[in-house]
Design a protein around this ligand. Structure first.
Ligand code: TEU
Ligand code: CA
Length: 553
């Protein structure tokens, strides 16, 4: 199936903006972002040009994991608003041609969900089998040594019935038992309920885990996973023209094709994280950051671009609500913050796939360094801090891990202007604002025609104008160069050349015959327009540009 033959989909040239509602905009000044706050900023997002909003969870929840622990899938958390306000957001977004995709968190529910409250009442309760219960081992200990991602055992003992229940995340996030057809039906009904309310699709939380076979210690990519997704597709969104994206930390290009090959009727695309995990220590994970290697990064990106070129579809992202901010992780949050943020945007948005922008990325927001662990709110960072300190890791080393890869880096309130709390709220926010809000905020970005905001706006506009950017074949260049990420995109007789300096140094680049002598219209740049490719290029720190060389082929 060549690029020419694949069936065009509206989300092939869509650009998605992710909102973390708790930190986006607080309309009623209780220090917590809300739906009314999001509605008040729709014109800003419309000006940016995005046409999809991925809304992190806004459902009823005791907020043990900031909403990724849901106690009612068909109602809105009071601190975020009401169902009426949710309908208002969907309608107001539609008026601006913006689709709202909801976060589907069904690998687990909250332990305060009525299903679990019923389930733990007795071993023969009709909801018991909605979850994963096991008897203690002979010595009373947990059924297995599974370790939760949020620290401690993945098994919690329940006094009342004398059994353990399974949880891959916090103990207030009991895993649902997807081997139970009743659970499948409940979720399908809930999804259709939201689709009938006019949403544009779903982002699916740790969807690669729902096929787990706990007794065989199989968590990701269980034997029935893809059957479950095909049944879900058939029973719910398969009949509707919506966007579905799965969060799949375990995915490989081969498996990604199973998820996203249209012929298989599963999902539109998945999030792969290989370009992220290359910066994590293979054993200790993200708490022991590994230096970023551009060559390693390029190998990963080229693999995914090439392997999914004719089958399936890629998602493209630098960061989200679980990851450190792009400019701090891959660019320079200091002297070259603006140039590097623009370079990272160009490098990502000209790749083949659907780009995702995380709130604040479009103005170059950075990571944060709070002095004390007490200033942090993220359950994962706090739990792992105490667990690793107890295991002998030094405070300095653990704080370094949190400073570089902790999730609260992404969750500090959105910086709208230089007023108190960055204009996010008139009362003190649930998580402190990054103290650099005075120099980094939306108001300043909109006033400055050369800001990162307008660079993203231009990239989004180009994706709507240039089919080669959407469907063009990807061809890597300078693959072994330690500082330059470059590639071509070709569609018929259209060709683009993308050049990005990932370093803070001036780089003299000798061009290969392949592209030497090509020239054409410079579509975007972050220093000065470049319209011809001579024998050598002197790239400024973090310089990037794209040339349409079609006329010189
Ligand atoms: O994330 C899955 C996940 O594994 C990450 O939570 C985790 O932080 C990992 O270490 C990333 O570095 C999803 C959601 O995106 C996350 O916010 C939730 O906390 C989690 O699932 C549980 O629902
Ligand atoms: Ca609020």
């Amino acid at each position: 199936m060549t690029t020419q033959q694949i069936e065009r989909k509206w989300w092939h040239n869509a650009v998605v903006y992710q909102i973390y509602p708790r930190s986006f905009m607080d309309a009623n000044n209780d220090g917590i972002g809300d739906l009314k706050g999001i509605i008040s900023k729709l014109d800003y997002l419309h000006q940016l040009g995005i046409n999809v909003i991925w809304l992190s969870p806004v459902f009823k929840s005791p907020m043990d994991d900031n909403g990724y622990d849901i106690s009612d899938y068909q109602d809105i958390a009071a601190e975020f608003g009401t169902l009426e306000e949710m309908d208002e957001l969907i309608a107001a977004a539609k008026q601006r041609n913006i689709h709202i995709i909801m976060d589907l968190v069904v690998n687990h529910s909250s332990d305060e969900h009525p299903w679990f409250i019923e389930a733990r009442k007795s071993t023969d309760n009709p909801y018991r089998d909605y979850y994963v219960w096991r008897k203690p081992l002979a010595d009373g200990s947990a059924p297995s040594d599974f370790h939760s991602y949020f620290g401690g055992s993945g098994w919690e003992f329940d006094e009342l019935t004398g059994e353990y229940y399974f949880h891959q995340f916090s103990k207030k996030q009991p895993d649902l038992n997807w081997e139970n057809p009743k659970v499948q039906q409940e979720v399908h009904d809930m999804m259709n309920w939201w689709l009938d309310r006019g949403i544009g699709g779903f982002r699916m939380d740790v969807i690669d885990l729902i096929g787990k076979v706990v007794d065989q210690k199989i968590m990701a990519n269980g034997p029935h996973l893809h059957t479950l997704l095909q049944e879900m597709n058939k029973a719910t969104f398969g009949r509707r023209d919506v966007l579905t994206v799965g969060e799949t930390w375990s995915v490989t290009p081969e498996i990604a094709k199973l998820y996203s090959d249209p012929a298989r009727n599963e999902l539109s695309m998945v999030f792969q994280f290989e370009h992220i995990t290359i910066t994590f220590d293979p054993v200790e994970g993200k708490w022991k950051p590994r230096p970023f290697s551009l060559v390693e990064f390029k190998n990963v990106i080229s693999k995914w671009q090439t392997e999914l070129s004719d089958q399936g579809w890629n998602s493209l992202f630098w960061n989200n609500h679980d990851l450190p901010r792009a400019v701090s992780k891959y660019g320079d949050p200091g002297k070259y913050r603006i140039q590097s943020a623009k370079m990272l945007a160009t490098a990502l948005h000209f790749l083949k796939g659907t780009p995702y922008i995380y709130q604040g990325e479009e103005i170059g927001m950075t990571n944060v360094r709070f002095e004390s662990i007490e200033d942090y709110q993220d359950i994962e960072s706090i739990n792992l801090y105490h667990e690793r300190i107890a295991a002998g890791v030094s405070h300095q080393e653990m704080m370094q891990g949190i400073y570089e890869n902790g999730r609260d880096n992404a969750r500090t309130p959105m910086q709208w202007n230089g007023s108190a709390n960055g204009g996010f709220s008139q009362s003190s926010p649930w998580l402190k604002v990054n103290p650099n809000y005075g120099e980094i905020n939306v108001e300043l970005a909109l006033e400055d025609k050369d800001s990162i905001f307008y660079h993203y706006q231009q990239l989004i506009a180009l994706r709507k104008q240039r089919e080669v950017m959407v469907y063009g074949d990807y061809q890597p260049l300078f693959e072994q160069h330690p500082q330059v990420f470059a590639y071509q995109r070709t569609l018929g007789d259209e060709q683009l050349v993308v050049i990005c300096n990932f370093s803070g140094q001036v780089v003299e680049l000798s061009l290969t015959d392949e592209i030497c002598g090509l020239y054409g219209e410079c579509l975007i740049s972050n220093y000065r327009p470049v319209s011809e490719l001579g024998r050598t290029l002197n790239l400024q720190p973090y310089e990037s540009f794209v040339i349409d060389v079609s006329s010189s082929l």
